[in-house]
Design a protein around this ligand. Structure first.
Ligand code: ADP
Ligand code: MG
Length: 260
């Protein structure tokens, strides 16, 4: 019996069935107590192993995604942001857009939840096994200037082509020079209809020309981004200021003509 036990442990170790190795004793005891069939016993062990692996994969993919914070769609308070169509966000959360390589563009002023929704959709994608990569445009620009010096721009392009979902956050805060504009054009073209992009911006499409410093390139990028896409235009108040407003940090002026 002991020899068999040791051999089983050695097999589990070699086959890297770590969760089975952890659970085999208690589940074997349970099986004896509950008079489980051999098949039910095996089913419980394999179930636990599969679940543990899915969990490990999700942790690894979440780390690789490089999210700035972990927030989900269910953490999002839709009642605070009535201009957002909740049904549209729920539809996106089904991830159908990923299968077709469609894009999502989240527009709106600071603090309205653009990054939160982008990360939430990214987390959903990770939970379904997708490879996701999150990067802000300012971070990308920093990397690009280093890549240019080190002659590695094409490697960067290759690595950003691959994730199932690429999240480009904060387009519009800093202008893009010619190198960055051309890089973005190539990236959007390479991913066109093949790999989804979520892009967030505090600027409307018409203002994107000034971000790129080149209207023709801006038009070409917007054309490809928008062709198969969903735009969510958020026109609301900053969630960050919500509690401050409630606490009266910002005084609300009395309505005109009211007695003071
Ligand atoms: P933006 O990217 O539009 O500037 P963020 O997504 O970074 O805004 O939101 C700012 C903070 O407020 C984040 O911590 C985010 O989780 C939170 N937040 C924004 N909108 C909501 C909301 N409707 N419900 C819950 N949290 C929100
Ligand atoms: Mg943001």
């Amino acid at each position: 019996m002991n020899l068999t036990y040791e051999r089983v442990q050695a097999h589990l170790d070699r086959l890297k069935l770590r969760r089975v190795a952890e659970l085999i004793d208690p589940i074997a005891e349970q099986a004896t107590r509950d008079k489980l069939s051999y098949l039910d016993f095996l089913d419980r062990l394999l179930d636990a192993e599969a679940e543990a692996r899915a969990e490990r994969r999700m942790v690894a993919k979440t780390r690789l995604a490089h999210f700035p914070f972990v927030k989900t769609i269910s953490d999002f308070d839709f009642s605070f942001q009535p201009t957002i169509d909740k049904k549209q966000v729920k539809e996106l959360a089904t991830l159908r857009f990923l299968a077709n390589g469609e894009n999502v563009i989240l527009l709106g002023p600071p603090g309205v939840g653009k990054t939160h929704l982008a990360v939430g959709l990214g987390m959903e994608a990770v939970a379904h096994g997708a490879n996701v990569y999150f990067i802000t445009i300012p971070e990308l620009l920093d990397q690009l200037s280093r890549d240019t010096q080190e002659n590695r721009v094409s490697e960067r392009l290759r690595s950003l082509r691959h994730p199932t979902l690429l999240i480009l956050d904060e387009m519009g805060y800093v202008p893009l020079d010619r190198v960055a504009t051309s890089f973005l054009f190539q990236l959007v073209s390479k991913r066109y209809t093949k790999g989804s992009i979520i892009i967030t911006s505090n600027k409307s499409y018409v203002e994107w020309g000034s971000v790129f410093g080149d209207d023709v390139a801006a038009a070409a990028i917007i054309d490809r981004l928008l062709h198969y896409s969903t735009t969510i235009n958020i026109r609301g108040e900053s969630y960050r200021l919500k509690d401050k407003k409630r606490a009266g940090v910002f005084a609300t002026p009395p309505p005109a003509g009211s007695a003071s």
